[in-house]
Design a protein around this ligand. Structure first.
Ligand SMILES: NC(=O)c1ccc[n+]([C@@H]2O[C@H](COP(=O)([O-])OP(=O)(O)OC[C@H]3O[C@@H](n4cnc5c(N)ncnc54)[C@H](OP(=O)(O)O)[C@@H]3O)[C@@H](O)[C@H]2O)c1
Length: 282
């Protein structure tokens, strides 16, 4: 049943509004993506985060059409896959993303990884995304997994400040330096793997807070992200969890609880290090 929850929006640096809470579809089987996304839309999510790399953009598009919800009411993000960093490849890959989604535009298009050690410079890739934005077929453009020096090069060498930087952030990797740089420059941080794929959920400090306020450790963690001002899109194929993860707006953490969760940082990644990750599909 649809909920009446209102998800807050954040205004990006070009004026586009993004719902602060969305639904991520990484690792959802392409055959199950339509049903999983439909369930999320039914619960009330209006922001879906997919990527060419996930192989499930088509299922996201099918779900939106099947939901009966107007396309303009759903914020859709997709990402450029690693093999397409050259300008012409990027433009072609973007057309492929729109075809797969069955949509004339995306709300947000990202460079998925900077790949700083490969022979194509991500500044060239960013200029291709600027062309895509100028065509109106991406309402906003941004990056993912960019470290401070990578962001600084885009600021120095191109005319567009990324609207977002989607990076790994959760209580075991608070990623303060990259977040703070984004904040200074008007780049919204999107926190991927917001519950570290479940790894943070048994932490005793989170359990203590959750028991005290009568919420789950997942809800406490997701609320921590919301209060820090980051955009999140937890993934789940379990209906009860999809509902639980959406139910974040009728409680608040104290400043002391937010600080205690931030102090859990141990610099522990669940995913690759952006400075060295160089995987390009053949
Ligand atoms: N840009 C990037 O490089 C990048 C990298 C990774 C992720 N992302 C994005 O971020 C999204 C979220 O990250 P993620 O999927 O890696 O991890 P996540 O959202 O932190 O965690 C997902 C895992 O936690 C479980 N889970 C979800 N809600 C739960 C709850 N309330 N209680 C207990 N367990 C729960 C899910 O299980 P079930 O599904 O079995 O319920 C799943 O195994 C992705 O879907 C993707 O859109 C981006």
């Amino acid at each position: 049943m649809a909920r009446m929850t209102t998800v807050p929006s954040i205004t990006l640096n070009n004026g586009v509004e993004i719902p602060q809470l969305g639904f991520g579809v990484y690792q959802i089987d392409p055959d199950e993506t339509k049903d999983a996304t439909l369930a999320a839309l039914e619960v009330g999510y209006r922001h879906i985060d997919t990527a060419e790399m996930y192989g499930n953009e088509a299922g996201v598009g099918e779900a939106i059409r099947a939901s009966g919800i107007d396309r303009s009411e759903v914020f859709v993000t997709s990402k450029l896959n690693n093999g397409f960093h050259r300008r012409d490849d990027a433009l072609r890959a973007f057309d492929g993303t729109l075809d797969a989604l069955g949509s004339e535009y995306v709300d947000l298009f990202l460079i998925h990884w900077p790949l700083p050690t490969i022979d194509v410079d991500y500044v060239e890739t960013w200029k291709a995304l600027e062309e895509i934005a100028a065509s109106g077929r991406a309402k906003a453009i941004g990056v993912s997994n960019f470290q401070v020096p990578h962001l600084q090069r885009l600021l120095d060498e191109t005319g567009t400040v990324p609207a977002v930087n989607q990076i790994e952030v959760h209580p075991f990797l608070v990623n303060e330096e990259v977040r703070a740089f984004g904040q200074q420059k008007g780049i919204v941080t999107e926190a991927w793997s917001p519950i570290a794929q479940g790894k943070v959920l048994d932490d005793p400090a989170l359990t203590e807070i959750a028991e005290r306020i009568g919420k789950s450790t997942a809800q406490v963690t997701l609320r921590w992200h919301v209060q820090r001002g980051d955009v999140i899109f937890p993934k789940s194929v379990t209906r009860k969890r999809v509902e639980e993860n959406f139910d974040l707006f009728d409680f608040e953490l104290t400043d002391a609880d937010v600080a205690a969760i931030t102090a859990l940082d141990k610099g522990e990644r669940t995913g690759p290090d952006p400075d060295t990750f160089d995987y390009v599909p053949s």
